[in-house]
Write a protein that binds this ligand. Structure first.
Ligand SMILES: *Cc1c(COP(=O)(O)O)cnc(C)c1O
Length: 412
């Protein structure tokens, strides 16, 4: 008996050595892999300079990855398939996902027990759920197909999703700052059919916030069969709750039915994800998809969903917390103002919308555009433009460097 045990232990030991050796041999190979080397050198540089895209490059998950390694989860397949509010899955992190949703819901004015949500795959995925839930809700309430209204400066995902879901779409014109024009909404609205209104909170290029108050007033005075409001707050929905303008995303102040926020923007989760939230009233008026092998109703669009994104979200929220986010917002505001002043000083007239961190200015040379990964835009009123999104990682030092580079580039 002892002998057998000894042999088994020896075999196990040899296996584990073989496994370790394999890993290290493969690693050695990986470090020499030309494709991976190219990618690594490119992306490590990006972090140093990129200021054109709205991502928080400061959030650090090093200790998260160490923890995953410590607890031996690096070779386990996890999946959050199913409903985090009614979990039956053993190999997922639904408790953590639910915790994350519960942490966010009150920040947007959702009352306890009156909301449903999930950690989505992205801002676009959140918009997809908002538009899909809105359309089902309106059809169920009225028996009529809705018309969707969104501004022509809104993120393209909204137009794409209306097309994908085969919903009639009215593109509402915008003012020169990129906000939906209430008078054009009024001119285009069709009160014979239910309205699915998508508000932009941070239009893509100019960072404009639609005037919910003005448009809601028009809606209140019109006689739509029913109305559903989805807020596309991918970027601004991240920081507004921690600013002195938190009422802008509070559904008790501006009544909306669903909201989408990105996780990789303000919060800096290192891969695409987001938050989608809606009310129980909306949730309870959806089409049923009862899936026996998943032991229940599948309300969300996606089957398999990331189980690690909720973990990372949980990790970051607990590591940084509300006070840090409030401080981030203060720094972002201060640096936004600093950037505008510095650009104006060198003759690059710039502007920014209220409550926005997206600074728009006269487009600099291609050299600067490339180095800082700036997004290009074009406008009838202002001509060729570029924008910088002042996230946590856009510091005064980075701004000084940019200004110096623009000056040098213009001298050439
Ligand atoms: C970034 C953004 C999106 C797209 O979100 P993803 O997370 O990239 O899918 C949609 N709408 C707005 C307002 C955005 O800022």
């Amino acid at each position: 008996m002892k002998k057998i045990l000894l042999i088994i232990s020896a075999m196990l030991f040899l296996c584990s050595c073989a496994k370790k050796e394999n890993v290290s041999a493969y690693r050695q190979q990986v470090y020499k892999d030309p494709i991976l080397q190219r990618v690594v050198s490119r992306v490590s540089d990006v972090k140093k300079y990129q200021i054109g895209y709205p991502v928080n490059e400061d959030a650090d998950l090093t200790d998260y990855y160490k923890w995953i390694d410590d607890i031996g989860l690096t070779d386990t397949v996890l999946n959050n398939v199913g409903n985090p509010f009614n979990s039956t899955m053993k190999f997922g992190t639904h408790e953590v996902e639910k915790w994350v949703i519960d942490w966010f819901a009150p920040k947007y004015g959702f009352e306890e027990g009156e909301y449903w949500g999930l950690v989505s795959a992205s801002g676009t995925d959140g918009n997809n759920h908002g538009i899909y839930f809105g359309r089902n809700y309106l059809e169920k309430k009225t028996g009529k197909k809705p018309v969707m209204y969104v501004s022509d400066e809104s993120h393209y995902s909204n137009m794409r999703l209306a097309d994908l879901q085969n919903i009639d779409l009215k593109l509402i014109k915008t003012d020169k700052m990129g906000r939906m024009l209430p008078e054009d909404f009024k001119a285009q609205m069709d009160v014979t059919r239910p309205a699915l209104v998508v508000y932009s909170m941070g239009s893509t290029f100019k960072g404009a916030i639609d005037d919910q108050k003005a448009i809601n007033e028009i809606i209140d005075n019109a006689k739509f069969p029913a109305v559903f409001r989805h807020v596309d707050a991918a970027l601004f929905g991240g920081y507004l709750p921690f600013s002195d303008r938190k009422e802008m995303v509070d559904k008790r102040v501006y009544p909306f039915d669903s909201i989408a926020i990105s996780g990789h923007k303000f919060f800096g989760v290192d891969e695409p994800c987001g938050i989608f939230l809606t009310t129980m009233e909306v949730f309870n008026n959806q089409k049923d998809f009862n899936i026996t092998y998943l032991n229940g109703n599948m309300p969300m669009i996606n089957c398999s969903r990331s189980a690690t994104n909720p973990l990372k979200f949980y990790w970051l929220i607990n590591k940084y917390g509300e006070e840090k986010y409030k401080q981030d917002v203060k720094n972002i505001k201060e640096n936004t103002k600093y950037l505008i002043d510095e650009l104006n000083k060198i003759g690059y007239n710039s502007f920014v919308n209220d409550d926005s961190n997206t600074v728009i200015f006269k487009r600099p040379s291609q050299e600067i555009m490339d180095k800082y990964l700036l997004a290009a835009g074009q406008d009838d009123e202002y001509g060729d433009l570029a924008h910088i999104v002042v996230m946590q990682s856009v510091t005064k030092e980075k701004i000084d460097q940019l200004i110096q580079d623009i000056k040098n580039s213009d001298k050439k």
